[in-house]
Design a protein around this ligand. Structure first.
Ligand code: ADP
Ligand code: 5GP
Length: 212
């Protein structure tokens, strides 16, 4: 309903892009680079979470920080497109988060976990999926530690989840509109992502140019 409804009203709504991959695989880093380089092309779907903000994270920019009670109420009111439990916290994409970006006619970027992907596949959003994989579990552990944002307990939980997530990603490689990028060298990974999205970026640019 989300994307189809808007498509009827406004001829062209670019295809959203879902980033998924284990925590620490580099999704946020690569998304930031993409959004910095293409200022008006992408819009980020700001999720809700019950986890605490990390240093440098801003409410309404990185996440909407909320409580379990508020989020459960909003979910029961049908305000969420998808939601999941991850590492002891709730995360979810509100319908409004996506709708707000679609309304700007930008490519809507979602950063969600595997449970979120499974839910989004049941909706009519029909995004492109980019799975970001770390080169190995050992490197993932180094990156999670290097980020210095999580406790030892949180790192262990994230690593245990990562193993299951990587199994899912490996099963999904041949699914439609699905791409897997190994984030070993950051620039190489970034160029691959730009390559995957180049058709969508160019199409959006052309449509905007013609509309002028
Ligand atoms: P995610 O959003 O997937 O949880 P982040 O983007 O926060 O992951 O990245 C985790 C850590 O790894 C960060 O400290 C980031 O700077 C670092 N990182 C990301 N990509 C690379 C890379 N290609 N090589 C080395 N370090 C990286
Ligand atoms: P972090 O706490 O590291 O920001 O995120 C932890 C995990 O939650 C990541 O895998 C991230 O992709 C996922 N995540 C963030 N927002 C959402 C969301 O709205 N829905 C779902 N399902 N997962 C999310």
């Amino acid at each position: 309903m989300l994307r189809r409804g808007l498509t009827i009203m406004a001829e062209y709504i670019p295809r959203p892009c879902v980033f998924c991959g284990p925590s620490g695989s580099g999704k946020s880093t690569l998304i930031k680079q993409l959004m910095d380089e293409h200022k008006d092309t992408f819009g980020f779907s700001v999720s809700h979470t019950t986890r605490n903000p990390r240093p440098g994270e801003q409410d309404g920019v990185h996440y909407h920080y909320t409580t379990r009670e508020k989020m459960e109420l909003a979910i029961s009111n049908g305000e969420f497109l998808e939601h999941a439990q991850f590492s002891g916290n709730m995360y979810g994409t509100s319908k409004r988060a996506v709708q707000d970006v679609l309304a700007t006619k930008r490519i809507c970027i979602l950063d969600i976990d595997v449970q979120g992907v499974k839910s989004i596949k049941k909706t009519d959003l029909k995004p492109i999926y980019i799975f970001v994989k770390p080169p190995s579990i050992e490197v993932l552990e180094e990156r999670l530690r290097g980020r210095k944002t999580d406790s030892e307990e949180a790192i262990q939980k994230r690593l245990a989840t990562a193993i299951k997530e990587l199994e899912y990603i490996d099963e999904e490689t041949s699914a439609n509109a699905t791409f897997v990028v190994v984030n070993d060298d950051r620039e190489v990974a970034y160029e691959k992502i730009k390559g995957i999205l180049s058709t969508d970026i160019v199409k959006l640019r052309d449509i905007r140019f013609k509309a002028k």
